[in-house]
Design a protein around this ligand. Structure first.
Ligand code: GCW
Length: 614
């Protein structure tokens, strides 16, 4: 395979160009990183296993003492080096990650493609087999460790033919080799498995309560762990979008997850079970089924029935990584179950790493509604690929960086973390750094304004999910409808409608039920509204839709002007500018298609007389 010209990029610019490759342990990696860094002060390392993944930095003589568990020391070293490079105060005192598992989920396929990947082909696979550059793997491991991520799931949750081999004899030696590259960085691998795998291994059923199935998985886990003793565990997508699962046998997801968890338990492995379960074959004429209600219906009643090493992984919102959704009600419904919050760095519905979309402000909103203590782990769908800059758009790296920091500390301030990324990545003059910072901070809201209005979701081009298509999902099987007619738009999800709001704790439910207290940007998620309904600021709904679309597009044009004024490194500048041309085209298309769609239906002209096509 051809090696990209420059492996060192984005915030890793603050570290020595090459990743340490002789180190065998995180402690040795920490030593090597500190020794190679030009700016680092004198630091003595001390192993204090009781600190685990945490670390403590204190002044000592002329320099500092950095104490921690094996990986804690490494995290401390990276924080210290980043602080030095950014000119920030050193992270003195004690630090520990909030969540024990800080996972990155790659949706990579063995054929080299990536489901919803926008940064080129897979970093791990090509042509139906493993194919990677070890230097790049180390660099990747370093990127993850530098912001505290500790689990990397390397294959797609949709497991195809070839990827079965990841847990079969043929590929296990190679899985072990890959794991060895990540181990010195404190990153453990995880694999996605096919729930029905035993059927391929001579067992006539995949019924979780059948002893032969449990035995097959036990032996399989024993085999896998004999090659990769520190594998983090298995990730499972079952009974979802045509994947097999326990429903085939009339069993619950607790039956399925616990059976697998028992196979992993002797090895200290974790079973991560995704809750993205809904009817993807809905008839649009069916007005009773309301897709956002599905996860709660499938799982809430099972609270307390899962084994201790099971984690249910729940997408942040009840739909599917839309630009704006309320927090999934499942997070409030399962106090006796381990839950992981799943976010998506891959910009499936948020601009394909073509449009600029910095996510930290969005995650802050999630944590504002969801106390971090409600979950015990975080996972993010990766935005990485084989592109030289790893993330397609150079600015998309901010999301990877900030995700790691946020999973380490959910109280991370979006403005600060974005500022740190800007500073470590680009040495811009202060005014330009401020401009880039403001551009990134506002980018999500800009994107939101020119796409589907007020939490409506799903007006995207089917399948690709890039670009507007107001009717694209209207008569489809996916349970994603807005029911716009000449008078009104939206699904009533209050007690007068589908009843979705009642899945939340009473206080939240009441807030969403009532149009006066429902957050404005979620109005069309929860309510069906008439175009002439008057919003809090006195505008009608239709006028608000027009205004947002004109504003969002104007703001995208302003972003383009700001971008053009930045002295970015030539390669990043070129990529960012090319993509900005496409973002502007996208923004205009969204504005005009959406405005025209609502204008044709409602017949209401824009009060400000701007151009809406008829
Ligand atoms: O929204 C869907 C995506 C699928 C993805 C699925 C999931 C991996 O369009 O591509 O499959 O979500 O999260 O499982």
């Amino acid at each position: 395979m051809t090696k990209p010209a420059n492996h060192t990029l984005t915030w890793l610019k603050c570290l020595p160009e090459t990743a340490p490759c002789a180190a065998k342990t995180p402690m040795e990696t920490a030593r090597a990183e500190l020794d190679a860094a030009a700016c680092a002060p004198k630091v003595e390392l001390a192993l204090e296993p009781s600190l685990g993944e945490g670390f403590r930095l204190e002044p000592q003589g002329e320099g500092y003492l950095l104490a921690g568990g094996e990986t804690g020391v490494l995290y401390g070293a990276y924080r210290l080096l980043m602080a030095c490079a950014a000119g920030d105060a050193l992270p003195l005192g004690s630090h520990a990650p909030y969540y024990a598992l800080r996972m990155l989920n790659c949706w990579d396929n063995a054929d080299g493609t990536i489901e919803r990947g926008y940064s080129g082909r897979s970093l791990f696979f090509e042509g139906g087999r493993f194919d990677y550059d070890p230097d790049r793997m180390r660099q990747l491991a370093r990127m993850l460790a530098s912001v505290g991520m500790n689990v990397l799931c390397i294959n797609n949750v949709n497991v195809h033919e070839n990827e079965h081999q990841l847990i079969e004899e043929a590929w296990l030696p190679q899985l072990a080799e890959l794991a060895a590259l990540f181990r010195p960085y404190g990153v453990r691998l995880m694999v996605s498995i096919d729930y029905a795998h035993p059927l391929r291994g001579g067992v006539p059923t995949a019924d979780p309560l059948d002893a032969r199935v449990a035995q097959w998985w036990k032996e399989r886990a024993d085999l896998v762990y004999s090659y990769v003793p520190d594998l983090a565990g298995f990730l499972v997508k079952a009974d979802s979008e045509h994947r097999p699962g326990p429903f085939t046998y009339g069993r619950t997801h607790a039956d399925g997850a616990n059976m697998l968890a028992k196979a992993l338990a002797p090895h200290g492995g974790t079973l991560v079970w995704r809750c993205f379960v809904y009817n993807c074959m809905q008839d649009w004429r069916d007005t009773v089924t309301d897709r956002p209600m599905a996860a709660y219906q499938h799982y809430a009643y099972l609270d307390g029935q899962f084994d201790g090493n099971v984690i249910l992984q729940v997408k942040n919102g009840p739909f599917d990584f839309q630009v704006r959704e309320p927090v999934s009600p499942l997070f409030y419904a399962m106090p006796k179950t381990n839950l992981a919050l799943e976010v998506q760095l891959a910009q499936e519905y948020t601009g394909h790493q073509t449009d600029i979309y910095a996510m930290p402000p969005m995650w802050k909103e999630i944590f504002d509604d969801l106390p971090p203590s409600r979950v015990m782990a975080m996972a993010a769908v990766s935005n990485l690929g084989r592109d030289e800059n790893y993330t397609g758009h150079p600015f998309a790296a901010v999301n990877l960086f900030a995700y790691g920091m946020t999973a380490w500390d959910p109280a991370t301030d979006p403005a600060q973390v974005i500022r740190l990324w800007c500073r470590l990545t680009y040495s811009l003059p202060a005014q330009q750094e401020d401009a880039l910072h403001a551009l990134l901070m506002g980018s999500r809201r800009v994107y939101e304004k020119y796409t589907a209005p007020l939490g409506l979701c799903w007006m995207v081009e089917p399948h690709t999910h890039y670009g507007p298509s107001p009717m694209g999902y209207e008569y489809a099987l996916w349970g994603t409808y807005h029911k716009a007619n000449r008078d009104a738009v939206g699904i009533d999800r209050t007690s007068r409608g589908t009843g979705y709001a009642a899945q939340y704790p009473a206080e939240m439910a009441a807030r969403y039920e009532n149009r006066e207290t429902c957050p404005e940007l979620l109005l069309l998620f929860f309510h069906r509204m008439r175009y002439d309904d008057v919003m809090a600021d006195g505008r009608t709904l239709i006028q608000r839709i027009y205004d947002d679309h004109f504003e969002g597009c104007d703001e995208a044009e302003e972003m383009a002007r700001v971008l053009a004024s930045l002295d970015l490194p030539p390669q990043d500048a070129q990529t960012a500018h090319e993509r900005m041309v496409r973002q502007l085209r996208n923004a205009r298309e969204w504005r005009d298609v959406t405005n025209t769609f609502f204008y044709r239906l409602s017949g209401v002209p824009d009060a400000k007389g701007r151009k809406i096509y008829d």
